[in-house]
Design a protein around this ligand. Structure first.
Ligand code: NAG
Ligand code: NAG
Ligand code: NAG
Ligand code: NAG
Length: 268
């Protein structure tokens, strides 16, 4: 049977996935039974009274969702979801889309993505502190599906997890093999999908959105690293992402050495 055995694989900045975390408001039994994921924002479903979005039936052909629970997300789990107007984002349309500023999403948001090696000491310290904080800070907004028989929503078990682990979970959830009929294929929706580059980009925005929720700073951005500039991994030092020994273990002086690693299993 379709037993879900999901554990987290913690990867340092492994940012390639689809949005696949369940809004906390939609993990309650009524929402699952009603197949409705339309949380309230500012007093109305999907922020309807604030002109943000609408709770709509997802009119998708049954063919696109019988293949795998992840295709045509999130039709396998919900029939009604929020459809946000262009400037709004999030399961309840309560956030701004990445191009607009909080609080009312009318002004364009301009952000500059710096090279990590060009951050000054204070900026670098703040970035690493934010990452580490969000590795531990539990998300209020989302949960993960941890266990249950996927044919029976009443058996689903959801868990809280940290903002950073949500990203890792999304990556893990996307890379499990594609289901077809009663079996599994050798390929997945992750590295082997045709939309990989576009999706990878979308995932970066999702990652920043989660970090912005976590840090309550709408200007949080991930710096980039241009690995073509140095022969060695110039950021594999304790000042940046951590130095590792020949066994691949991080140096204890690196803050990332305190991050726990869970090994994932592919039995779904
Ligand atoms: C589920 O459906 C019932 C009956 O239509 C309704 O009263 C209830 O508010 C719905 N709950 C959710 C979470 O949508
Ligand atoms: C929330 O609703 C009130 C009353 O409808 C409105 O004045 C306010 O602008 C709304 N806030 C947001 C953030 O949309
Ligand atoms: C769904 O879409 C089909 C055409 O693609 C249309 O015939 C049908 O009426 C739609 N159903 C709903 C409930 O909107
Ligand atoms: C790369 O690492 C090796 C061994 O640690 C060192 O000898 C070499 O100078 C490094 N090269 C660069 C470009 O940093």
């Amino acid at each position: 049977m379709g037993k879900v055995m999901l554990t987290l694989v913690v990867l340092l900045l492994g940012l390639s996935a689809v949005e696949a975390c369940w809004p906390s408001a939609c993990t309650v039994p009524e929402a699952l039974q009603n197949r409705t994921c339309c949380p309230y924002f500012n007093g109305s479903l999907c922020g309807f009274s604030s002109g943000r979005g609408e709770c709509q039936f997802q009119n998708l052909t049954s063919e696109s969702v019988t293949v795998d629970d992840r295709s045509a997300w999130s039709k396998y789990y919900y029939d009604y979801t929020c459809v946000c107007k262009p400037r709004y984002y999030g399961p309840d349309c309560g956030s701004c889309s990445p191009a607009y500023e909080e609080p009312d999403c009318t002004l364009p948001r301009r952000i500059e993505r710096p090279d990590i090696t060009e951050l000054n000491a204070k900026q670098l310290k703040a970035f690493l502190a934010d990452l580490n904080y969000c590795k531990w800070k539990l998300s209020k907004e989302y949960k993960i599906l941890y266990a249950g028989d996927r044919l029976f929503p009443e058996t689903f078990e959801f868990r809280e997890c940290s903002y950073y682990d949500l990203l890792v979970y999304a990556q893990y959830y996307a890379q499990r093999p594609l289901r077809r009929g009663n079996g599994f294929t050798d390929y997945n929706f992750h590295y082997e999908s045709s939309g990989f580059l576009t999706r990878n980009r979308a995932m970066l925005f999702y990652a920043e959105y989660l970090m912005q929720l976590c840090t309550k700073n709408q200007y949080f951005v991930f710096p980039y690293h241009d690995y073509t500039r140095s022969k060695n991994c110039s950021i594999c030092t304790n000042q940046y992402m951590g130095e590792s020994n020949q066994h691949g273990e991080l140096h204890p002086y690196s803050v990332f050495s305190t991050w726990r690693t869970f090994c994932g299993v592919d039995s779904y």
